[in-house]
Design a protein around this ligand. Sequence first.
Ligand code: NAP
Length: 236
Amino acid sequence: MGFLDGKVAVVTGGNRGIGRGISEALSGEGARVILTARGAAAAEQAAGEIGKGTIGIAGDVRSYELVRRLFSEVERRAGGTDILVNNAGIGLFSAVADMDPEDWRAVIETNLNGVFYCCHQAIPQMRKRGGGYIFNVSSLAGKNPIPNGAAYNASKFGLNGFSEALMMEVRYEGIRVSYLMPGSVATEFGRGSPDKAEWALTPEDVAEVVLDLLRSPPHALYSRVEMRPSQPPRKT
Ligand SMILES: NC(=O)c1ccc[n+]([C@@H]2O[C@H](COP(=O)([O-])OP(=O)(O)OC[C@H]3O[C@@H](n4cnc5c(N)ncnc54)[C@H](OP(=O)(O)O)[C@@H]3O)[C@@H](O)[C@H]2O)c1
């Protein structure tokens, strides 16, 4: 079927947007995909639409207990994890002085704590399977400060540092870590902007990079990928 036949891939936030595009691409290459969303109905519906044995499991990545249960389900139903795509993420934008501390917590707990929890659970499974590949979906906001974006910036700058440290920790165990830094992608993220569809990247563009990296020879590691729309609206 494809070059990922027999591989098991976990994609957080795989029901829509970028995660959905990545889930479809991995499944299209033969991987058994386990996708998550916060709600069971959304996860199961997306899995059903993708088909080919895709499994949808509810799991809020902010909860370590739910993430632990997710990965024991993955082990029970699919044997373990070969590919982990930490994609689930949110953006809440507000001036620091005005930001509700609950919103700050939600951004950091989803975009940063959730990635740690999933890696913490997935790495032992990858070790048992002789290696693996972890993709962290960061953002150009992981290097470009945005006014009113302090929480999101902090989460994605932090995710980049986390990814690089983790990459150095697990590389000799056959586990590769890459982080992707897309610019604008046409999804519902941050409620989207109406004209984005005309010029922005698509979830399929991001998914193509994931497939390219998985196809790269095991001795090579493209650890950080920046990607951006080639012709965004000019800033006047
Ligand atoms: N769109 C862009 O322009 C852009 C650019 C750069 C980077 N990114 C990054 O790309 C990733 C995906 O964003 P997107 O554009 O595809 O956004 P999206 O369409 O809003 O999708 C976000 C996904 O994350 C899931 N999610 C949110 N909070 C979660 C939680 N606590 N636990 C589990 N799943 C959760 C959502 O599922 P439910 O809501 O159904 O639970 C949904 O599947 C994010 O990390 C984002 O920071 C996006």
